[in-house]
Design a protein around this ligand. Structure first.
Ligand code: ZN
Length: 210
């Protein structure tokens, strides 16, 4: 069995036993046959097992333990300027086609006595990205989770992504970037705060390349 290169510390204990690998392998095998291919030929023989392991990794967000992930990395700090973490890369799977959508997340908040360790925000993004998703819901889930965790004065999340399903099929929009946002507190109520956030993201921003 291929190993999953993953940080077990943030996965729930026994997470692997909860995945029905044979059922996924069987389904992939069925698909290969339905495509009119021979599942016994050399190149495809191990494909169902590989695909099952791959999905376990791509969809590991369902089995991440949010408490272990935060791991007491919330600190009391008297600081009430904007904290901005930009260009957090993510990879997710659109739930309509099960094809990747890939991009960046920008998070900003104005603390209310509590800040979160910097390395934790990408982990939180990962927890919500590694699921069957739609970009709008992922954006909101990241924002709501951080709001509940930090109870900040305000918080904003912007996600920009390219969706393979619209690039390689259908109308084939190769460069269409989708941008979604979720704002809470001061970021919703105060135009200047929201603008400061958006200008900070725009500054020095580069085109997405995937
Ligand atoms: Zn899609």
């Amino acid at each position: 069995m291929e190993n999953i290169d993953f940080d077990d510390a943030i996965l729930e204990p026994g997470w692997e036993e909860k995945i029905d690998f044979p059922a996924i392998e069987n389904a992939v095998n069925q698909m290969i046959m339905a495509f009119g291919e021979d599942p016994e030929r050399d190149g495809l023989k191990k494909t169902p097992a590989r695909v099952a392991r791959m999905y376990a990794e791509l969809l590991a967000g369902y089995r991440m333990d949010s408490q272990a992930l935060i791991n007491n990395a919330i600190f009391d700090v008297q600081y009430d300027e904007m904290v901005l973490v930009r260009d957090i890369e993510f990879y997710s799977l659109c739930e309509h086609h099960m094809l990747p959508f890939i991009g960046r997340v920008h998070v900003a908040y104005i603390p209310n006595g509590k800040v979160l360790g910097l390395s934790k925000i990408p982990r939180i993004v990962e927890m919500f990205a590694r699921r069957l998703q739609v970009q709008e819901r992922m954006t909101r889930q990241i924002a709501d989770f951080l709001r509940d965790l930090l109870q900040p004065q305000g918080l904003g999340v912007v996600v920009e992504a390219m969706h393979l399903c619209s690039m390689i099929r259908g109308v084939k929009k190769h460069n269409a970037r989708m941008i979604t946002s979720a704002m809470h507190g001061a970021f919703r109520a105060n135009l200047a705060t929201r603008q400061e956030f958006l200008e900070n993201i725009a500054r020095g921003s580069t085109q997405l390349h995937i």
